[in-house]
Design a protein around this ligand. Structure first.
Ligand SMILES: NC(=O)c1ccc[n+]([C@@H]2O[C@H](COP(=O)([O-])OP(=O)(O)OC[C@H]3O[C@@H](n4cnc5c(N)ncnc54)[C@H](OP(=O)(O)O)[C@@H]3O)[C@@H](O)[C@H]2O)c1
Length: 336
């Protein structure tokens, strides 16, 4: 299958390109990136492992499958003609994640093609696999939403927690992208930790939308992100009041049953570390009941650039194309 990537000069697009080198069915034939247009990928990325003669263009053609990793807004505008021309599209931006155009407008500004929102499927395979197998346009989930929804989903689906949840999240700095900013300057973030977007983060409506679907009624998420001094990786610590008495072994059993057949979710016996998922497409989850027996505490880790972006995009593309879901994605973590 012929594959293209929009915005290979950003972290999400670049990670998609690097992961595709080991995919047996997806052949990368075109990449775009305005700032480096005209150069070969090897000139721009000295560590590029294959297809070294590929030239970076300003646009990509409508090939079989397009991964789009543009900033929101620009993504929908660039995707629309390719999608209309027949390409399958996995969009890593936020443009096709929200179902409601008004909610999108509130957080991101006016959507250039709101009519396409209905055709897009939210690309979290663990909860939307059947719809994805029929889709041609996928809104690949955000990194924080991926970790949060996977970590809280089983408890909400089983109805064991209240519908107000607290998500205390920490992300490595690559989550903010490759663009330069004072907030991600080495000397400002190294050996520091700080919350941000206290008045509301754009991933909150996405988390609430999907958790509400899973719970079958509205879920309110108190979502608090923090930037921590690591390049990649993220951890979410989630808390919610229990609706009925339960124990840690029962909760772990519930989570294990939910994810028993999932190739990229592993429920573990103790709190996971972000390092376990570094470079891999795996989400590790642990869940427990607090000592007083009043609250669920659930913890999840992913690599924001892999399960939180490029790896999940390839997982979705495999489903769209009728391939084995884990094709090209069985790389181990980089540990330590
Ligand atoms: N970083 C993550 O962990 C992560 C995780 C999940 C999802 N995402 C999503 O993936 C998308 C890309 O994120 P990223 O982190 O890879 O970004 P990034 O590294 O910051 O990429 C930004 C690049 O996008 C290009 N760009 C900026 N404005 C543009 C425009 N109007 N039209 C076309 N190109 C434009 C610029 O490259 P040129 O000047 O070369 O064109 C810029 O350097 C975003 O929508 C983001 O929300 C990111």
């Amino acid at each position: 299958l012929q594959v293209a990537i929009q915005n290979v000069t950003g972290y999400a697009g670049l990670t998609t390109a690097l992961l595709l080198q080991q995919h047996p069915e997806f052949h990368l034939v075109a990449v775009s990136g305005r700032s480096e247009a005209g150069k070969t990928v090897r000139e721009v990325f000295p560590y590029w492992p294959g297809w070294e003669d590929l030239r970076i263009e300003t646009e990509v053609p409508a090939v079989d499958l397009v991964f789009s990793a543009l900033p929101h807004g620009a993504a929908a505008a660039a995707i629309e003609p390719l999608y209309r021309a027949g390409s399958k599209v996995v969009d890593i931006s936020a443009d096709f994640r929200l179902r409601d155009a008004e909610v999108y407008e509130h957080w991101y500004g006016r959507h250039p093609f709101p009519e396409l929102l209905e055709e897009a499927v939210y690309g979290l395979p663990e909860w939307h696999r059947a719809a994805l197998s029929q889709a041609r346009l996928v809104g690949n989930p955000g990194c924080y939403p991926t970790a949060s929804i996977l970590t809280l989903g089983p408890a909400l689906a089983a109805g064991i927690i209240e519908h107000e949840v607290i998500i205390d999240a920490k992300s490595g700095v690559s989550g903010a992208g490759r663009g330069l900013s004072l907030g991600t300057h080495f000397s400002e973030v190294n050996e520091a930790v700080a919350p941000y977007a206290v008045s509301g983060h754009r991933h909150t409506p996405e988390i609430e939308q999907e958790l509400s679907l899973i719970a079958g009624k509205p879920v309110v998420a108190l979502f608090m992100p923090h930037l921590v001094p690591m390049s990649r990786g993220m951890e979410v610590s989630c808390y919610a009041r229990l609706r009925q008495p339960t124990t840690t072994p029962e909760v772990l059993d519930l989570y294990r049953r939910q994810y028993a057949d999932e190739p990229f979710v592993r429920v573990v016996d103790g709190p996971p570390s972000s390092k376990w998922s570094s470079g891999a497409n795996t989400c590790y989850i642990h869940a427990a009941v607090n000592r007083q027996g009043t609250h669920l505490m659930a913890f999840g880790v992913i690599d924001n650039l892999v399960k939180g972006a490029a790896g999940q995009a390839i997982q979705n593309a495999n489903i769209l194309c009728g391939l084995s879901e884990s094709m090209g994605l069985m790389m181990p973590p980089i540990f330590p």
